[in-house]
Design a protein around this ligand. Structure first.
Ligand code: UDP
Length: 484
């Protein structure tokens, strides 16, 4: 008899982690897996509040969809009112000690469920390594980032031993210095592509040590999955650059895309979504709107937000701007005097959107983004070229590859080597104009439409990501059968 597979999926607290892991959970649930989805209490509360539902209503919804699914939560040790995105190092240090709590929660949960087949761990949750070992199941590492970043981060301690980390000020400025010692046949990596928290100026911050620790534990894996697709990132050879002791390493993304293409809304927002965006977009001309969003973590100084606002005003295009209320470095956002009034006929400013619906709307012609990996892939899959303004971590390599490797985006001069560089309103205006009209924008659009097609093919029956997901499921079936 075929055993029922049970995947315990554990997600980091963060929008860019919960979305792909929930989508992946749904793909497995559709293939008959029993899913235990674990995240922190704080994250779960945010998800429920944003969706205006309680846990029982959510459970019912999943049941009605025919899924065998349960949600478990673990406390992260912080007070509920504490912001979880302002000091990421502190949050990761807390997460690193949650192994015993996670194990207790799993052990105490309802026992009338199939035995656990594997723990699918967000790659940034080192605490799951001990738990998988203790309960005797494989640890499947799930990267919510691109492969290039995953290879860099897995090898951070090697890069430290080679003197590339901490990244020195002079190396950031040098265009000649290339890092070619990493596996996976990556395109040459520049010092500016390395995770920003490994720069010399961040050595004393908690995040520097916390992520070097994660890197050590990222070497403990029995199976590796990456939310990308082979055609984008150098094929199987690139993914194998991630393999630990020969374990499988497969690209199975973009995991949300099969759900999206089949009309299932599987995005899970931690902020309440604005309901007026689509109506507003309906009233705009095709391809005319610039969508501006730096997502859930990025913050900017008040002066920088002013330059951005004035650049948006000067460019002359309609724009939809996701401006989180906590985006102005802890202060409430104050826009330039008269800005709202002057732009009211062609601007909509909201707190949070249904991003996929926005990016897939025919009125949207460009995306001004922080290049988070989910946003970057969503732009590629919807065929919307980008301007990248990275803020943190993997966003730098995503921006650089979007511009130089995939040729689907532009960047802002100097932002890669100086995280605090003031981008003037003139630069904002001229870069938007290059993106939205003329031959530069046209070429980017042509390139991104080819990648859009490649991504769609990858997740359809017979495509690379679809086949890789089948391989993973078959491997888990073999494993479960061997234990019966
Ligand atoms: N997102 C959204 N509405 C918004 C802004 C973002 O639904 O107004 C979603 C977006 O579609 C993506 C996720 O939030 O799936 C953000 O992930 P990403 O990796 O791009 O950035 P992060 O928030 O992790 O920095």
């Amino acid at each position: 008899m075929m055993p029922v597979l049970h995947a315990v999926i554990v997600s980091c607290p963060g929008q860019g982690h919960v979305n792909p892991l929930m989508n992946f959970a749904e793909l497995l649930a559709m293939r008959g897996f029993f899913i235990t989805f674990v995240t922190t209490e704080w994250t779960d509360q945010r998800l429920l509040e944003a969706a205006s539902k309680d846990a029982a209503a959510r459970d019912r919804e999943f049941q009605e969809r025919g899924f065998k699914f349960r949600f478990l939560t673990i406390p992260d040790g912080f007070k509920p009112e504490k912001g979880r995105t302002s000091d990421i190092g502190e949050v990761f240090l807390a997460l690193q000690s949650l192994g015993p709590t996670l194990e207790t929660v799993l052990m105490a949960a309802d026992k009338s469920v199939p035995p656990v087949t594997c723990i699918i761990s967000d790659s940034f949750l080192s605490c799951t390594a001990e738990v998988a070992k203790n309960i005797g199941v494989p640890r499947v590492l799930f990267w919510t980032t691109c492969t290039a970043y995953a290879i860099i981060q897995t090898n951070a301690n090697f890069l430290l031993s080679q003197g590339y980390i901490p990244v020195k000020e002079e190396d950031l400025k040098s265009k000649e210095k290339l890092i070619t010692c990493l596996p996976g046949k990556l395109p040459p990596i520049r010092p500016t592509d390395l995770p920003s928290f490994y720069r010399e100026q961040h050595i004393s911050e908690l995040i520097y040590g916390a992520f070097l620790h994660e890197s050590r534990i990222q070497k403990i894996a029995d199976y590796i999955l990456v939310n990308t697709f082979d055609e984008l990132e150098g094929g199987k050879e690139a993914q194998m650059g991630l393999s630990i002791n020969g374990c499988p390493a497969l690209a199975i993304g973009p995991v949300y895309l099969p759900n999206f293409l089949q009309g299932r809304n599987s995005m899970y927002s931690m902020w309440e979504e604005d309901k007026t965006c689509l109506q507003w977009l309906d009233a705009q001309a095709q391809g005319s709107v610039l969508y501006v969003s730096f997502d859930s973590i990025a913050v900017k100084s008040e002066k920088q937000l002013h330059e951005l606002a004035l650049g948006l005003e000067a460019c002359g295009y309609p724009f939809l701007w996701v401006l989180r209320s906590d985006m102005a470095q802890g202060k409430s956002v104050v826009l330039p005097e008269g800005f709202i009034d002057r732009t009211k006929d062609r601007a909509l400013i909201v707190n949070w959107t249904k991003q996929l619906e926005v990016l897939s709307h025919p009125s949207v012609g460009g995306f001004f983004t922080h290049n988070g990996w989910n946003s970057t892939m969503e732009a590629i899959n919807m065929g919307v070229p980008m301007i990248g303004w990275p803020y943190f971590s993997d966003q730098f390599v995503n921006c650089r590859f979007s511009k130089d490797v995939w040729k689907v985006g532009l960047d802002l001069e100097g932002v890669d080597s100086d995280e605090y560089k003031m981008v003037t309103k003139e630069i904002v205006e001229s870069t938007i104009k290059s993106l939205m009209k003329g031959c530069v924008g046209r070429k980017l659009r042509e390139n991104i439409l080819k990648l859009k097609e490649a991504a769609t093919n990858a997740v359809m029956e017979g495509g690379t990501s679809h086949a890789n997901l089948n391989t993973f499921v078959e491997d888990m079936i073999k494993l479960a059968k061997s234990k019966v």
